[in-house]
Design a binder for this molecule. Sequence first.
Ligand code: DGJ
Length: 336
Amino acid sequence: MKLFSATLLTITLTASAFLCQAQTVPLQKQAEFKPGERWYDDKGELINAHGGGLLYDNKTYYWFGEKRGQSASEGVTVYSSKDLYNWKNEGLALPKSTDPQSEIAVGGLIERPKVVFNPKTKKYIMWFHLELPGQGYKAARAGVAISDKVTGPYRYVNSFRPNGHMSRDMTLFVDEDGSAYHIYSARENYDLRLVKLSDDYLSATTQDTLLFSNHREAPSIFKKDNYYYLITSGCTGWDPNQASLHTATSLFGPWKLVGDPMKGPLADKTFDGQSTYILPVQGKKDAFIFMADKWNPKDLKDSRYLWLPVKFENNQPVIEWTNEWDLTIWKPQKAN
Ligand code: DGJ
């Protein structure tokens, strides 16, 4: 009987190991977004780019995000796409270091990576939320990496607390005049702050301001008609909560609380997601995609992506759930 159960166990383990490996799916060209479903790359593997952000460069979209194991943080991945539906896996843009002394060694966390291009230095600059190995979320630092090529590999530069402030969830924003900003949760996430970056985008200047103290994280931002729109989440770990929208005519404030821009069922839980980025769609006027993560804390790599169109009602952004949609909801921008 013992021998029988041992044999059965071996067969079960072998079969489940096989099933675990065989996670790829046959390739199917996508022509729409299906928020919350499993999204696959050009190799038929699950897209693993969480807490991500996008960069449009040389007529191509690049999607940078956290590579996650079941819970481990495994560096920053990058995917490319011409149409936003079909994504090619371009590999690890920023791998974890094998040097145990490194600040980005295995065991620490790299979260919410965002990449911008610096036209003056012609370098690609990545900022992210860095936690040091073995310290949980205590370090609360901003990390910076640099590359000559958009897909990397990026070279880790350093990490710091901007002007001494804790820095956890974050995003980057480049304004029309080329000035770049780091927007970040500080003071144990009670404060949301903004700091202007140096001209080379590699460090924080002392132009650092408190936006508001509403205990918010997951900042995502866009600009339309000289107004800035900032969507954040509450602070409940991996659990979803209610989003809020603030607007301002200057990045340094004052920021006005508008309320929850989500609409429809589960709106008060951001449709079970958490904001990460808002993408201006190329070639379309006033077209923005709200991007959120539907976290799966039991298996972070299988967290899902919620990409939804931003609509405007009475000139205010509204984000409504839809099971499927595509970019034809926006008319192409007229050439001047
Ligand atoms: C919420 C943050 O927004 C995520 O990026 C991550 O840090 C989780 N907290 C961890 O609980």
